[in-house]
Design a protein around this ligand. Sequence first.
Ligand code: NAD
Length: 479
Amino acid sequence: MIILQNYIDGKFISPIGGRYLDNHNPATGQVYGKIPDSGPEDVDAAVQAATAAFPAWAAMPPEQRHDILRGISDGILANLDRLAEAESLDSGKTITTARTVDIPRAALNFKFFATALLHFASESHQMPGVISYTLRQPLGVVGGISPWNLPLYLFTWKVAPALAAGNCVIGKPSEVTPYTAYLLGEICNAAGLPPGVFNIVHGLGPRAGEAIVRHPQIKAVSFTGSTRAGAEIARIAAPMFKKLSLELGGKNPNLIFADCDYERMLQTTVGSSFNNQGQICLCGSRIYVERPIYEKFKNDFVAAVNNMKLGDPADPASRLGAVVSKLHFDKVLSYIELAKQEGGTILCGGHQIQLSGPLADGWYIAPTVVEGLPLECRTNQEEIFGPVVTLQPFDTDDEALALANGVPYGLSSTVWTNNLARTQRFATELQAGIVWVNCWLLRDLRTPFGGVKQSGVGREGGWEAMRFFTETKNVTVVG
Ligand code: NAD
């Protein structure tokens, strides 16, 4: 049994109420640990530690703050194998994904923002005899709440810029995947992060998460998760006039035109559909293909999907592992049943996979491709967030745009074409915060990241994140 603790004021401590939650291994379906079921009193203890630590952290010379954050980045890389194993154990993702994507990106988040803080500057404006300049000051104590699909990757995507901008942070990782965030506390101590600057409170969303949102001393909340929880957080935080960044759900279109670079598109589309068991907010779950290549694409895509090896997440040869929880497993299977009821044809997958031995009770779902469903049906409108995609042909650019934009979400979209005029039109008219052309999930951390419509409010990444975690003040001086 691995028993996790909260990380408050640089120390690992039990939740004040003494309550714990079970932590499951999705590969086996078995409980392998306990995590604190923290409440408002734990959040308050963390906030008091953070408040005490804030003045010295905010006043620390940038070079020194850089060195500490860079040390955390180095510490993550030095613990790559341990963290990758923990991430895979906790989430069911393959060890290969954790080792090559999640953990390196978590290290990069700290490295990137350690550097950013050295270059963060503000504007000045002049009139004759008058100079106005902008101060961008840290907010104080801020909250970061993250989901289970890319646990350490998304947790550090919030924590690193918040710390870089001079804030103290109360972080709450998902209760479904808390293990690597717990290990991050050890790495922060080893890197010399002063006690209280960063605190981690584990627990459930409606208890520990909501206590962060409600706490009057927490000035801003950066949240990544479901649209449902984002709406609840906004409802609580808006009357308190807190700064809010909400990165929410998606139902992303993947638009494939006949003039694309076919082999590159095919290979990338298999990944953009099923990497991390389809549990990436940026996965393209609605695949629209121009009619002249629809049948060829369908056959090649299904053949490639059938070739993906689903197996033990700890086996480096596995391309697909388990989905994250029993709750999510049941949800995804119920959407597959819904797709059938709505008249969809299952081209491959469509069922659970039972592995043998200790993995017999794990939560595995075959990658599933459905065709024959209209845009308006629930399968095509609601976020499934699992290894399920739908296929549909289209005939014109106008039709492709209407299909892409015809959902309540607007996180990312992918366009495969070599037609420049079409690229420009789609880049302008797609209702999404991110448009990838002839690529997918190609991230430059300096670029703005976020969604429109029900996919969220605000942007992360680069200066957007540094600005979010600072308050802007104008000073006008007449000399
Ligand atoms: P979730 O909303 O259930 O939980 C996310 C986090 O919020 C968890 O830490 C949870 O404990 C907490 N939480 C839940 N309810 C809360 C409340 N009322 N108050 C405060 N905190 C609360 O989401 P999930 O199931 O963990 O993650 C999957 C969702 O995240 C999907 O919708 C996916 O699209 C989305 N997501 C979005 C992005 C993005 O960048 N837009 C990235 C990854 C995941």
